[in-house]
Design a binder for this molecule. Structure first.
Ligand code: KIV
Length: 279
């Protein structure tokens, strides 16, 4: 059996079946989340913040996303692998955008791409879909525009902004997007969008009524304890502390001469050893 198809997600929405998406950026994390049953993995440009140490997603390049997508694809066989289109890989001109989206499938092995924006990117989405590239949209707090928004603020709060978001979601659906991420918008607006379009909405900070949810791997697993407080992230584990504890134990055992023991060492037979031992 091959990978889950993007059409399956629309079917799940029609059946009222909710699903979870998560980010992963490397072989071990992708392997673990697929083994846990995740049907769709996002190689997000959040890689910039949680793996590469940048302040935002803006510095992430096509080469970064290609590199991480390949590792995630190698680790998995069933999940849909969604590659994020990084900042400036699709904004400047349509031909370049389609070529870059194609590279993520052809060179990266991704199943589909995700890009940020509403009505203004709808013609691009249509071109990509016509070329055989499945596209997911992304509305609300679109992190590549953080400098424009002036911070991580809840979007769609005024009647005009809410109406625009609804219109953008419809434009993406009409352009052929197979799903849309709704990030950091009021829950009642996310519910309204979810009810009014037939493609799945995937929420992050968009309340409980979206068709699906997405979380960032490092946030939900508690890898960092000093990352910007994220109201929408739920910690299901505190792996940062678990890792520090394990490494402290290792340091202590090395310094105390408790590691390695014979169990972790290799023996040599006495005869060989005696040949080497000076008489
Ligand atoms: O890059 C990312 O992780 C994302 C999610 C927050 C949706 O775009």
């Amino acid at each position: 059996m091959g990978r889950i198809s993007v059409h399956q997600l629309k079917q799940w929405k029609a059946e009222g079946k909710r699903f979870a998406m998560i980010t992963a950026y490397d072989y071990p994390s992708a392997r673990l989340v697929e083994q846990a049953g995740i049907p769709i993995i996002l190689v997000g440009d959040s890689v910039g913040s949680v793996v590469l140490g940048y302040e935002s997603t803006v510095p992430v390049t096509m080469e970064d996303i290609l590199y991480h997508t390949r590792a995630v694809v190698r680790a998995t066989s069933k999940a849909i692998i969604l590659a994020d289109m990084p900042f400036m890989s699709y904004q400047a001109n349509a031909d370049e955008a389609v070529r870059n989206a194609g590279r993520l499938l052809q060179e990266g092995g991704a199943t589909a791409v995700k890009l940020e924006g509403g009505s203004h990117v709808a013609p691009l989405v249509r071109r990509m879909v016509d070329c055989g590239i499945p596209v997911m949209g992304h509305l609300g707090l679109t992190p590549q525009s953080v400098n424009q928004f002036g911070g991580h603020k809840v979007q769609g709060k005024t009647p005009a902004a809410a109406a625009k978001l609804l219109q953008d979601a419809r434009a993406l659906e009409e352009a052929g997007a197979f799903a849309v991420v709704l990030e950091t918008i009021p829950a009642p607006l996310a519910r309204m969008v979810t009810e009014r379009i037939t493609i799945p909405t995937i929420g992050i900070g968009a309340g409980p009524d979206c068709d699906a949810q997405v979380q960032v791997f490092h946030d939900m697993l508690g890898i960092y304890d000093d990352r910007r407080t994220l109201k929408h992230a739920k910690r299901y584990a505190v792996l940062g502390e678990t890792i520090r504890e394990a490494v402290r134990a290792y340091i202590g055992e090395v310094e105390g001469g408790e590691f390695p023991t014979r169990e972790h060492s290799f023996e040599m037979d006495e005869a060989t050893l005696s040949e080497l031992t000076p008489a």
